[in-house]
Every structure is written in C-alpha cells, then in structure tokens.
Design a protein around this ligand. Structure first.
Ligand SMILES: C[S@@+](CC[C@H](N)C(=O)[O-])C[C@H]1O[C@@H](n2cnc3c(N)ncnc32)[C@H](O)[C@@H]1O
Length: 289
C-alpha cells in the first residue's frame, strides 16, 4: 500500500524514532494523552446518536469528534467539513448549540438543503486538490476522508485555511486495518492510512503540528468490527430481506442490525478498557505549526 507521497519520506528505523519524538515534543506534555486511549470521549456532549448504530470504528470516531468539537468550539464558528458527503456533521454543530457557518466540501456531495437550521450552509463540489479556501475556518474536519488522499500536497491549503486559533480534526485508520473494511476502500472509502509514528512527520511537512491524539478502538472493538462488517451484518441483513422483507415489504427498509450494532459497540468499549492496545485508527487534532 503506497503511503501519501511527496510529504512522506521512506521510513527508516531512525526516521521512525525521530518522528515519534517530534510528535511527543509537539504535544503539550501536560495533556497526558499521548498515544493513550481516552475513555473520556464517551462523556462527550452533542453526539450524533444516529451514527452510533454503525461499526465500532464509527461509534468511537463519532464520540471522539463530538468530544473535540464540544471542548474547543462555542458560540459563532466557521466549520469546514472536508469530504463532508451528506453534511451530517451539521447535526453535531446544532446539537452543540453552535451558530455561524458550515461548509460541506466534497468531490460528490449529497447534502440537500437543511431544514430550519440556524447555521448558514454552503456546499462546495470540488476535489481537495482543486479547492481554494474562500475564507478561514475555526475548525476543519476530515472524517474518514483523508484516507482518500494519496499526496498530502492536495491538502497543503489546510494550514492557511485555519484561523490563528483554529484547528483541524482528522480521523484516520492505522495501516494494519485493510482486512477490516472488505471492499469499502475501493467503494467510497480510502486506502492511504497512517500509523502513529508517521503523524508528526507527515503533517509537519504541510505546516501542522499534532496537539492531541486519541486512539480509536481497542482489540475487542477490532474483532467486533471485523465480524460485524464482514460477516454478521451482511448475513443478518440478507436473511432479513428474504424473510421478513418479503413477508412485510414495508419493513424491508429497516436495518435489523441497528440496535445489535449499538449494543455490540457499547459492549466492546467496556471490554476495550481492559484491552486498550492495537488501535484501529486515531482522531488527531492539528494546529498551525
Ligand atoms: C468515506 S466517505 C466519508 C464521508 C463523511 N465524512 C463521513 O464520515 O460520513 C469519504 C468522502 O470523501 C470524499 N472524497 C474522496 N476523495 C476526495 C477528494 N479527492 N476530494 C474531495 N472529496 C473527496 C468522497 O466523495 C466521500 O464523500
């Protein structure tokens, strides 16, 4: 799997340790969050409940983004959702009682006009590479979308798109997770992942420093994610469709894994308190270097 090029230099062992050290140095030593699981994310405000019925990775990343936004944003803000697709993040801003502007940037946005939102919404159809930020933002989110970017020069605009006190939040899978996603990387997802040790170097090359780092999903969540995404969900949905769905066509649109997914994700978080290693991904907060 090719890493993001240009800004990614081949990693010798010494580069690994240098970047690791640089990340440590770039993070406020008092935060104590370096590379450690932070179960405080599950106390986040404003969480988008509708997203908690997906995979454990989605479950964790939904909480982590709400946790970061809830602590760092208040009042009137300008937010860019890079790879925002259906614009669902608007709901999080509303849940947090924020006002201001929300911009959904995507190669193929599916966001419709929002109903009764107090937040001004703009949808921009553009690739990351062609995007020229029309303003500066208090927060820029890349949720599961930076995995689609092979060359980080495509997002070199990120640094200057941030207000002086602005930040970027990125959720990104670790390199050893391809087996978890089935055919998703080739159908809408991305396949350019990063490990913890690479983060300082890669983002440093585009003028950003990591100030917060939240590992996402431990070992039991990883196992649950694998079984749910690749086996349990497709099988149960198929059986549901050809049984209940045929007998009661009105129920065919229901997702029989809606509640089981949420329960399994919740249970795996409890287990992951004991098995908090081998993360599936990370939520990274970046500021201008
Ligand atoms: C996996 S989806 C994530 C969508 C949304 N952020 C979420 O978490 O539900 C990735 C999104 O990134 C967008 N995307 C992929 N490559 C892109 C590019 N080069 N420029 C702009 N958008 C891109 C896709 O169109 C897609 O909507």
């Amino acid at each position: 799997m090719a890493p993001p090029n240009d800004v990614f230099i081949s990693m010798s062992d010494s580069t690994h340790s240098t970047s690791h050290q640089a990340l440590r140095e770039s993070i406020d030593g008092k935060s104590g969050l370096i590379g450690r699981f932070n179960f405080g994310i599950f106390k986040a405000r404003g969480v988008r409940q509708e997203r908690l019925h997906d995979t454990p990775y989605r479950f964790w990343s939904t909480y982590a983004i709400a946790y970061v936004f809830g602590r760092r944003l208040s009042g009137t803000v300008d937010v860019l959702d890079a790879g925002g697709c259906d614009g669902g993040t608007l709901k999080l801003l509303e849940n947090l009682s924020l006002s201001g502007t929300y911009t959904c940037l995507d190669l193929a946005p599916t966001m419709g006009p929002p109903a009764n939102s107090s937040i001004e919404v703009t949808v921009i159809q553009s690739s990351f590479a062609d995007f020229k930020p029309p303003r500066r933002y208090d927060a820029v989110l890349f949720e599961s979308s930076l995995e689609c970017v092979e060359n980080y020069q495509d997002v070199a605009w990120l640094r200057n798109s941030l207000n002086p006190k602005g930040f970027a939040v990125i959720t990104l899978a670790t390199r050893n997770t391809e087996y978890l996603w089935g055919d998703f990387p080739t159908k809408g997802g991305g396949r350019y992942y990063l490990d913890y040790e690479e983060i300082a170097l890669v983002f440093g090359a585009i003028g950003l420093k990591a100030v917060e780092f939240i590992p996402l999903v431990g070992v039991s969540g990883r196992l649950a994610n694998y079984l749910l995404h690749n086996y349990l969900c497709p099988i149960v949905r198929r059986v549901f469709k050809i049984t209940v769905g045929r007998l009661h066509p009105r129920l065919a649109q229901m997702d029989p894994m809606w509640w089981p997914n949420r329960l399994i994700s919740t249970a795996s978080v409890v287990l992951d308190r004991l098995l908090c290693f081998w993360p599936v991904g990370h939520c990274i907060v970046l500021e201008r270097a």
